[in-house]
Design a protein around this ligand. Sequence first.
Ligand SMILES: NC(=O)c1ccc[n+]([C@@H]2O[C@H](COP(=O)([O-])OP(=O)(O)OC[C@H]3O[C@@H](n4cnc5c(N)ncnc54)[C@H](O)[C@@H]3O)[C@@H](O)[C@H]2O)c1
Length: 387
Amino acid sequence: MSAKVVVVGQGYVGLPLALAAAEAGYQVVGIDTDLDRVSSLAAGRSPIGDISDSYLAAQSLFYRVSSDFGDAAGADVVILCLPTPLDASRNPDHSLLLAGAKAVSSKLAAGALVINESTVSPGFTRDVLGPIFAGHDLAYSPERIDPANKNWNVKNTPKLVSGLSDSARSRAVDFYSKFVSAVSTYSSVEVVETAKLLENSFRLVNISFINEIAEFCDKMKIDVREVIAAASTKPYGFMPFFPSAGVGGHCIPVDPHYLVAKAREIGASTRFIDLANQVNLERPSYFVGKAAGILGTLSGKKIVVIGVAYKPDVADVRETPAEALISLLRSAGADVVWHDHVVGQWKGEASAALGAGYDLAVLVNPHSETDLDALGSVPVIDTRGGL
Ligand SMILES: NC(=O)c1ccc[n+]([C@@H]2O[C@H](COP(=O)([O-])OP(=O)(O)OC[C@H]3O[C@@H](n4cnc5c(N)ncnc54)[C@H](O)[C@@H]3O)[C@@H](O)[C@H]2O)c1
């Protein structure tokens, strides 16, 4: 197989995809504007927990990394895996995606297959990327990667595909079918764009719902985890979600805003998402109230927040609820440190040692290897539920 594949953005989504394509025999160039990331990858060091250095090395025959968009020349397939965050007003920020799209489009010969994997508002692929990639086949296929998930990865998670033309759709199916076990197609890119946002909005709404139920159970002095376990014995019509200090990461707290923005534009309502966002953002202050209930005053109290990554066993702190929790505890006068041996350094601070000298510990996302026994008899608030 000699097709040249260019993956723009070598982050949590783009790097595993690029390496899976290389493993399938495509000639892959990963392009990224972060020079530290590019030199680390070029030196054989993976910046992502799910990708080992040995797996990276094993693909070196068919994979190389570059910071030069000139390396996209002659590409048969281009995949956009660029960040789509929120701006300061929590509205969609497509600027990084647009910058990467424009940079690569100027290097392509007519007729390339371009696939966007970045999360976008419905209509964006057709209305905004369409004109940029005029003269090419343009497809959309959202990424569903779940970092640190040992069972589901880029190769066995079913892929949704649609295109602006039949040719774009069928070329995209051919491309993915070489290394993804299940690829399904849909009638329009808008269907697939909306499906991606439905998946993540579904999680946001249900996690916020269980967080509200957790507060109810707390007041009832019953264990919400036991309640969830009991409800989960129902063989149909129930799916468990688990309490937390709030949703974090690049997807669940962010992507629903891409649906909300489109809904505002077309005059549709998003009341469930709006309420879920509100419940989610209020979660850290709920635990500050609980801390004050245990300690009386928070002023001068030594509190350790444990697990500041947005989920266990990853180093990713994007949108972590630990940030608001720490800041609110500090505003209340507490002397707060955090412990997270996977994150290590964050916001100019280093992970503090665990020990028995704290007045309170708040568990946000402890990792599998976090040594909670080191806390001894320190009182603990577990934001994940339980008494
Ligand atoms: N992380 C996830 O778990 C996940 C899951 C599903 C979907 N997504 C979606 O995938 C997309 C990418 O997310 P991610 O988590 O991989 O982001 P990321 O931040 O990990 O990676 C993006 C990479 O793009 C690079 N970049 C930024 N601007 C660039 C430019 N103009 N040209 C080239 N490179 C550029 C960055 O340096 C970075 O390495 C987003 O739309 C996200 O919503 C992410």
